[in-house]
Ligand binder design. Structure first.
Ligand SMILES: [Zn+2]
Length: 215
């Protein structure tokens, strides 16, 4: 598939990242084509673009987060529906059906990783469903504060890392803990903000820099 002059900004971006993203999707080339086709058709109806595509975004994280928002990641729940698997169990806990909402909001892995992110960002919030968290993020993370920038990148990284972990366990038999994933998110968020221009004298920003290891 190639982009044309009429393709949207996001679709062009997605196409550029295709080779980077297909391995992490862990689907065959035919399925990847199907996923892309659906993204192209459906992306215009989604109002969450600013959470995913913003100046400091990390492209490979954003693509997976975008596909999660569209519920186009090949979760077992979706694969089961189209007859590509007979096993619907979540590989992270072996105790629930693997849906998008379970993987990224309700599972123990998601809850513990998300709480770790909130803690580093000096936030404390009750558990939220996938939809509520998305609505909350969309209405809260506006403007250019350091916290907003950290949380937007961390949220995309959170989705990417959970999806990557799910695939590692499924296809490579390797597993990491929520702490390992948090360390790796911290590394990406920290690196992305190092040498960036923001008010380093502000008290909240100083704490955030310390927690997220931003030099
Ligand atoms: Zn689970």
């Amino acid at each position: 598939m190639t982009s044309s002059a009429t393709s949207s900004y996001i679709f062009k971006k997605l196409l550029k990242l295709k080779t980077e993203v297909i391995p992490i999707l862990d689907v065959g080339i035919m399925n990847a084509k199907g996923i892309w086709e659906e993204v192209r058709i459906k992306h215009d109806k989604v109002p969450w673009q600013k959470l995913i595509w913003f100046p400091l975004h990390i492209p490979k994280f954003s693509v997976i987060a975008w596909l999660a928002i569209l519920d186009r990641l090949p979760t077992r729940e979706r694969l089961l529906r189209i007859g590509l698997t007979i096993n619907g169990q979540c590989i992270l806990c072996n105790a629930a059906f693997e849906t998008r909402n379970h993987l990224f909001a309700d599972s123990i892995m998601a809850t513990s990783l998300w709480n770790g992110i909130l803690h580093l960002s000096l936030l404390s919030l009750p558990h939220m469903s996938w939809e509520n968290k998305l609505t909350w993020a969309y209405s809260t993370w506006k403007g250019k504060s350091l916290l907003t920038s950290i949380m937007k990148i961390a949220r995309n990284a959170f989705i990417y890392k959970i999806w990557e972990e799910r695939n590692r366990r499924m296809f490579q038999g390797k597993s990491r803990t929520a702490e390992d994933l948090l360390d790796s998110i911290k590394e990406s968020v920290g690196a992305q903000h190092r040498n960036r221009d923001f008010n380093r004298l502000d008290n909240v920003n100083r704490l955030l820099c310390n927690n997220w290891n931003i030099g």
